[in-house]
Ligand binder design. Structure first.
Ligand SMILES: [Zn+2]
Length: 489
């Protein structure tokens, strides 16, 4: 019997704590990293994977995802996590809520969450967890159970559903959220419950609230104003949801979170204004644990690039201007932003037709997690590899109770990794991304730096553009408690 099931040889691996890739071999046994050494002979393993001197990163943790938002959970779980493998992600954490879309119903999470897990199980190609949004007053009382028993340690509140008027459509906020009182009272009570759970169970892993920061009441006003301007659709959408509403929501979040003492994650920052606001609330409330996310699309697309190409690029918050993209990159470099996610929502073309206002928001992007960071970050802007690994893998893993089982190439960690072809340049097409979505707002963008191989818990699942293994993703019941040893000496 061999010592290892698999050995990855000739790797230039990004190990925790090192700023440069280390020339190593990685021995894998029972789905975990069993050894990291200068050299392990192929004869010591049943199977060898020759990394051929290429970079090896820990599998990405795409922590903002929407399995089942517009299509059945079963279908999205299969096709959209396959797309994740293309971009080197081996774990996704998906947002789930009751209300419109998803399962289109409300009720207790004690009944609904097991159904969601049942639909995901056996279909996902990555490991997966869920963030849960308590939408009703009754669901607030489930937070303790969700944390202590169900493996959920992150929650969500949508600030832009408060005072929602769905762009003058006939649906009102209560019908959309299927909630009794989705206001700041609800949010504050939620914060208190999450803070309480954090005090009770937080020693096992961080327990936090994620916030979508935009203000519906102002959006309502600006939608009416922009309608008459005759601007192209995606610029219109940007102006209908101006960045200062993001700034306002971030300040509101700061006041409420500091009062409740809850850890928060500010999701998908899109603008220079938002970045500035984060700096301000960190200064005002230095005791608060505030972590910040931006997305691949906010880092790489502007509305100018997308005009004339349909409504595929409609998303909340909107795709913005060049100066916002630049501000977000500065925030990535200076550490204001902790992680990058895709906010992947498979939204088929048929939902993007007709007019700007009824078109559904969101699109897929998970296949570009490492590629965009390598292309736009490393090649164009000199973003260091260790920072890329933090942004795409270790930081979200730490924030959401997965580290260091996930998010690190370390002995004892799950053998989730991706072998990178740093100089491979491809023009993005929908086919390349392996998603069910027939279009992509990234169409035609040249991206340099792609995973050649992705491994999930020791099994090669994606290689040279092909899915090569059946779905074997497992539910990430958080916090993952196994504690790997730190790093090789
Ligand atoms: Zn989202």
């Amino acid at each position: 019997m061999s010592r290892y099931d698999t050995v990855v040889t000739n790797a230039r691996a990004m190990l925790p704590g090192l700023t440069d890739p280390a020339a190593v071999s990685i021995g894998i046994r029972d789905g975990r990293i069993a050894a990291i050494a200068d050299e392990i002979a192929s004869s010591e393993a049943d199977q060898g994977v020759d990394a051929a001197g290429r970079l090896v990163f820990p599998g990405g943790v795409d922590s903002h995802f929407h399995i089942g938002i517009y299509r059945p959970v079963e279908q999205d779980a299969a096709s959209e996590t396959e797309s994740s493998l293309v971009g080197g992600a081996t774990s996704v954490i998906s947002y789930f809520r009751t209300g419109s879309h998803y399962l289109n119903k409300t009720g207790p999470y004690r009944e609904i969450l097991p159904k969601v897990l049942e639909k995901t199980q056996g279909r996902a190609h990555t490991d997966y967890g869920y963030h849960i949004a308590p939408m009703t007053t009754a669901q607030l009382d489930e937070i303790d159970w969700l944390v202590s028993e169900a493996g959920i340690n992150s929650f969500k509140y949508y600030m832009f559903y408060k005072g929602l008027n769905l762009a003058a459509s006939s649906t009102d906020a209560a019908a959309y959220t299927m909630s009794d009182s989705y206001d700041f009272g609800h949010l504050f009570a939620m914060m208190e419950k999450i803070a309480e759970a954090d005090r009770k169970y937080g020693d096992r892993g961080r327990i936090s609230l994620s916030l979508h920061c935009e203000s519906a009441e102002l959006i309502k006003l600006f939608i009416e104003r922009v309608k008459s301007l005759g601007l192209p659709p995606l610029e219109t959408y940007h102006r209908a949801r101006p960045p200062f509403t993001e700034r306002l929501s971030i300040h509101e979040a700061g006041v409420l979170a500091s009062e409740a003492g809850v850890r928060v994650n500010l999701l998908h920052l899109s603008s220079a204004d938002a970045v500035k606001a984060v700096g301000q609330i960190r200064g005002l409330y230095p005791e608060l644990d505030i972590r910040v996310e931006t997305t691949l699309h906010h880092l790489s697309l502007t509305y100018d690039m997308l005009e004339g190409k349909g409504l595929g690029g409609k998303v909340n918050p909107p795709i913005r201007a060049r100066e916002d993209v630049d501000a977000l990159w500065r925030a990535v470099f200076d550490g204001t932003i902790q992680w990058i996610a895709s906010d992947h929502a498979c939204c088929l073309e048929e939902l993007k037709q007709d007019d700007l206002w009824p078109a559904q928001p969101g699109f897929g992007g998970t296949a570009l997690l490492y590629p965009v960071l390598l292309s736009e970050g490393h090649h164009k802007r000199g973003l260091p590899f260790d920072r890329i690994v933090e942004l795409a893998s270790s930081n979200p893993a730490k924030a959401y109770g997965l580290y260091p089982v996930k998010g690190a190439l370390a002995v004892g960690a799950d053998a989730d990794l991706t072998v990178i072809d740093l100089d491979r340049e491809l023009e993005v097409t929908p086919t390349l991304l392996h998603s069910a979505q027939e279009y992509t707002p990234f169409q035609g963008v040249k991206v340099k730096g792609w995973p050649a191989l992705t491994m999930l818990r020791g099994t090669v699942v994606y290689r040279d553009g092909e899915l090569v293994a059946p779905a074997s993703g497992e539910f990430l019941k958080r916090p993952l408690s196994r504690r790997p040893q730190a790093v090789r000496s």
